[in-house]
Write a protein that binds this ligand. Structure first.
Ligand code: COA
Length: 330
């Protein structure tokens, strides 16, 4: 156990202004507001403007988080960006964001890919790096422009995803027992095929054939993902609560990855935590992958749903299949 606690000093989020409703989607593909809402809880999602990059959304969220923390770019010495949609395959989005934000050239910058669990993985990594004492203040961003990798001809996936960014600034605290209490991360690497982008990697580099086969878009077996997601999130949440000797009643708020309202409701039922103590905004944003938890965290803080002393549980799952939980005391 480290002698230094790591606490959240500020949060910020950003969503593009363009709202794409279910009714609009029903004009271009064979679907309906009723189908999408009843299966997923989603009503609308945000879509980045033409020319608006992942890095731009990340910068907007990060500036808000820095302002909330009353810090400036010069105070940051570590930047971790959780994303599966960097501006380009190489270099990391973190490098572009570093420059656009005006962070010092002495800042360690890298991306982390754990898909929809990315924010929890990045947050854990940043907290560990700060606990080592080698870094002082980190910016952790979850950001996605999923509209660029969704197949807009595939009604089984395109209705579920959206764009956005969320950011947190973290730093050390001398107060014991606050900040990140612990995490429980894991992976089911045997289920890669259930949710992936088959083309564009070193196994199947971009080619005329791969583009024709639409292999550069998200492919998902939704039903199978659903089942594993519920089990993995429930188990990791249960494990971390047990590890820290906490009961369901001691969790003031759960901030789950916002993929599907039915998944969230199933977890609430299994964990025996009432839905009133789950933060839900999937209706307004759809699934924004690595951005979903930091956006929800920021909205929860700004709407007064988190108070000093509260324990918050973050829980996520995503392609990989990765999953993870984190406990934070404010
Ligand atoms: N509009 C209308 N009908 C649709 C549709 C859409 N957008 N998408 C699929 N359908 C149809 C299917 O073709 C199928 O028709 P069929 O029975 O004639 O074959 C029917 O609806 C049922 O499809 P199914 O896939 O069985 O629905 P479901 O109840 O499993 O719900 C998901 C689909 C995707 C909403 C659900 O499986 C899910 O949320 N899975 C988890 C996905 C997820 O969260 N992934 C992100 C991980 S981070």
């Amino acid at each position: 156990m480290s002698h230094r606690s790591t606490v959240i000093l500020g949060t910020g989020s950003y969503a593009p202004s363009r709202v794409l409703t279910n009714a609009e989607l029903a004009h271009t593909i064979d679907t309906s507001d009723e189908w999408i809402h009843s299966r997923s809880g989603i009503r609308e999602r945000r879509i980045a403007a033409p020319g608006e990059m992942t890095s731009d959304m990340a910068v907007a969220a990060a500036q808000r988080a820095l302002a909330d923390a009353k810090l400036t770019p010069a105070d940051i010495d570590l930047l971790i960006v959780a994303t599966i949609t960097p501006d380009m395959p190489m270099p990391a989005a973190a490098c572009i964001i570093q420059h656009k934000l005006g962070l010092a050239t002495t800042t360690a910058c890298f991306d982390l890919n754990a898909a929809c669990s990315g924010f929890i993985y990045a947050f854990d990594t940043a907290c560990a790096m700060l606990s080592s004492g080698r870094y002082q203040r980190a910016l952790v961003i979850g950001v996605e422009k999923l509209s660029s990798i969704v197949d807009w001809q595939d009604r089984t996936t395109c209705v579920l995803f959206g764009d956005g960014a969320g950011a947190v600034v973290i730093g050390p605290s001398d107060q014991p027992g606050v900040g990140l209490l612990g995490t429980r991360l894991g992976t089911y690497g045997d289920s890669v095929d259930l949710l992936c982008i088959p083309g564009g990697g070193s196994n199947a580099p971009a080619s005329v054939a791969s583009v024709g086969a639409r292999d550069h878009f998200i492919k998902m077996k939704g039903k199978e993902v659903f089942k594993i997601a519920v089990r993995a999130m429930e188990e990791s949440a249960r494990d971390i609560l047990e590890q820290h000797g906490l009961g369901a009643t001691q969790i003031a708020l759960v901030i789950p990855h916002q993929a599907n309202l039915r998944i969230i409701e199933a977890i609430a039922q299994y964990l025996e935590i009432p839905m009133e103590r789950f933060f839900v905004n999937v209706d307004r944003y759809g699934n924004t992958s690595a951005a979903s938890i930091p956006i929800a965290l920021d909205e929860a803080r700004r709407t007064g749903r988190i108070k000093a002393g509260d324990v918050t549980l973050l829980v996520a799952f995503g392609a990989g299949l990765t999953y993870g939980s984190a406990l934070i005391r404010w």
